[in-house]
Design a protein. Structure first.
Ligand code: AMP
Length: 282
């Protein structure tokens, strides 16, 4: 496995693979990799001849008061995980390689990005769309793999690819969880032992909400309120949102039917803003 930091090196390698008729899978990440990322890489390895993993903490998708500076980084551990999972190439650029001084072009979106995380993170999805578009242009993959953990991001990337006629397939992969249910996240490392205990309430509320719908509840507000009560019943939790939306529009719904996304974001202990969700077709 190679680790490269320039766009040129990625292009040369991918060109050589394509000349040999090889397919290329791509897993974009911000690093500090865990079993969630590993599941994406392994799926990409199973479905493609060569796999590129990008590790780039993209400044453009962080707001001024967010955790860009403190975001955890460990390229050594990440490269071991990538190699063991079967990746062929890590692309690990510096911000200057991705954004030269004169940079002024963006990919932006309306509608899908106005709800959920877009409300409390107004610049986030413009940064995500711009960097993902750039990475697709650099890597030119046949398939790219994204986690359902970031369900709104997955929907946004799928929409961007369709709207802008990008020639690749986007594949969503299931959420990987800790033994107690907490969705794995690089940001879980921010949690003190006390907050970690409280954080499990996110997945508990997700499982309960899902069960309510499976048992026949169709009133979205009843499910949302039950989930909010559950989250508020433990210390150190500060709800950003608990929402049920149509997965194709990200608009809130009153009656649960069709393809729905139930998504939550909770600040835990003032240390980490964590997200979780479930998707269902009713
Ligand atoms: P990140 O490094 O947090 O930007 O995540 C990179 C990719 O890994 C995104 O597509 C995430 O949705 C995905 N991912 C992160 N955590 C998980 C998880 N627990 N299960 C599945 N995919 C995940």
């Amino acid at each position: 496995m190679k680790i490269v930091s320039t766009i040129n090196e990625v292009r040369q390698q991918v060109k050589a693979w394509k000349k040999e008729g090889k397919t290329v899978g791509f897993v974009p990440t911000m690093g500090y990799l865990h079993e969630g990322h590993e599941s994406l890489i392994k799926r990409a390895v199973a479905e493609n001849d060569q796999v590129v993993v990008s590790i780039f903490v993209n400044p453009m998708q962080f707001g001024p008061k967010e955790d860009l500076a403190s975001y955890p980084r460990d390229l050594n551990a990440d490269s071991i995980l990538c190699e063991n999972a079967g990746a062929s190439l890590i692309f690990h650029p510096e911000p200057e390689e991705m954004y030269e001084d004169a940079f002024c072009s963006y990919v932006d979106m309306n509608g899908l990005t106005d709800a959920l995380c877009g409300l409390s993170r107004p610049v986030h999805f413009r940064g995500v769309c711009t960097v993902v578009c750039k990475l697709f242009n650099i890597v030119a993959p046949d398939r790219a793999y994204f986690g359902e953990k970031d369900a709104q991001q997955l929907a946004v990337v799928k929409r961007m690819v369709k709207d802008l006629n990008m020639d690749l397939e986007i594949i969503g992969c299931p959420i990987i969880r800790e033994a107690d249910g907490l969705a794995k996240s690089s940001r879980n490392t921010y949690l003190s032992p006390e907050s970690r205990k409280s954080a499990v309430i996110l997945s508990k509320s997700i499982f309960m909400g899902k069960k309510m719908i499976e048992d026949g509840e169709r009133d979205a507000s009843k499910v949302i309120n039950a989930m909010k009560d559950m989250i508020n019943s433990v210390p150190l939790t500060d709800i950003d949102y608990v929402e049920i939306v149509d997965v194709n529009t990200m608009k809130s719904i009153d009656e649960i039917k069709g393809e729905i996304l139930c998504a939550i974001a909770v600040n835990v202990g003032g240390e980490a803003r964590l997200i979780d969700n479930f998707m269902m077709t009713v």
